[in-house]
Design a protein around this ligand. Structure first.
Ligand SMILES: [Ca+2]
Length: 337
């Protein structure tokens, strides 16, 4: 379920401001949420919040946004709601089996309970068991993106071999940058055949490597003709074939979590970036339409009314969008014949 736009964004702004200030109202509990712990366990997420409420009218709401996705707080999905029936200490837990991903963001908002304004806290969804994961990112058609390959809760390994799978029709792996977190990197670079093998070999280690963190940065290019939507970045290994072993030659279990790239167009951003359009984009479009020489724009983002041409009508819509006219807040605005 999607939340509507503005009221939530305003609420969040207020909540963030209040979160930065000490409690000023008499009797208002300072930092009422003392624990927020979203964790990922086999695809489900649990969020717990606890603290002290000054009156019985305290409510909690939790929201989730997927990783590499939300550019606007209105993109958050509503999770659950909880209301206390007494003043004093409270404990609230949300649990859901929805397909939440590592790197997603959970936001909990507390309202009432003697607070003068809502209080919010947020945390990233993280795994609690040994996991190796590819991050999820945003990109535009014809653009590039970098996905992180990250090790979480490493119990201790010596060597690791992983296989990376993606849609070669629309995605091209153009570089693998090893961070040096695991020594002995022997990635196969030439040709980038599928599935791509990532390999770290340490045959002579006396002790296991127990660090966690980013192992490698995977740089991809998106085809200019890539249809909008999500493309999986699959990750796998074979436990039975000892792809991950410790220095005692034993296979080590990890959860392998693939990521995705969401290919999007931010309409009105003529620079081809993924942030919101600014007055500069409007200037670019005006100059482009006026035939100025050497004006380079990302054309797919300029057809704001989706009529397959770039016209003054697109420019008009962009100007009204930037001026926050009602009915122009969300782009694109398709021209209805
Ligand atoms: Ca157009």
């Amino acid at each position: 379920m999607k939340k509507s736009m503005k009221p939530f964004a305003v609420l969040m702004t207020l909540a963030m401001l209040v979160g930065m200030l000490p409690a000023i109202a008499m009797g208002a509990p300072a930092d009422p949420i003392v624990a927020i712990a979203p964790v990922l366990e086999t695809g489900s997420v649990a969020v717990s919040a606890s603290g002290l409420a000054a009156d019985s009218n305290v409510s909690f709401r939790a929201f989730y946004s997927p990783p590499g996705g939300a550019t606007d707080l209105s993109d958050y999905d509503y999770i659950d709601q909880y209301r206390t029936d007494a003043a004093g200490a409270f404990q609230a837990t949300y649990a859901t089996s929805a397909d939440f991903q590592i790197g997603g963001l959970v936001t909990v908002i507390l309202a009432g309970g003697g607070l003068e304004a809502p209080f919010s806290a947020e945390a990233t969804v993280l795994p609690t068991q040994p996991t190796v994961a590819v991050s999820s990112e945003l990109a535009r058609p014809g653009g590039e993106f970098v996905a992180d390959l990250t090790l979480y809760n490493n119990p201790g390994i010596a060597s690791m071999r992983l296989f990376l799978d993606y849609d070669p029709e629309y995605l091209t792996l153009i570089a693998v940058e090893d961070t040096g977190l695991l020594s002995g990197a022997k990635h196969y670079q030439k040709g980038f055949e599928m599935p791509y093998t990532l390999y770290w070999e340490n045959a002579t280690l006396a002790q296991n490597i127990t660090v966690s963190g980013v192992l490698a940065k995977l740089k991809f290019e998106v085809a200019e003709n890539a249809p909008l939507g999500a493309y999986g970045l699959g990750l796998s290994y074979r436990f039975d074939e000892f792809d991950i072993v410790d220095n005692n030659k034993e296979a080590v279990f990890f959860r392998a979590a693939g990521g995705a790239v969401n290919v999007i167009i931010v309409y009105g951003n003529l620079r081809g970036e993924l942030d919101k359009p600014t007055p500069y984009d409007s200037v670019l479009l005006t100059r482009y339409l006026a035939g100025w020489p050497n004006i380079v724009i990302f054309k797919p983002a300029a057809d704001i009314d989706l009529d397959k041409q770039i016209t003054p009508r697109d420019s008009l819509i962009l100007r009204r969008h930037l001026a926050e006219w009602e009915g122009y807040l969300v782009l694109p605005i398709p021209l209805v014949p």
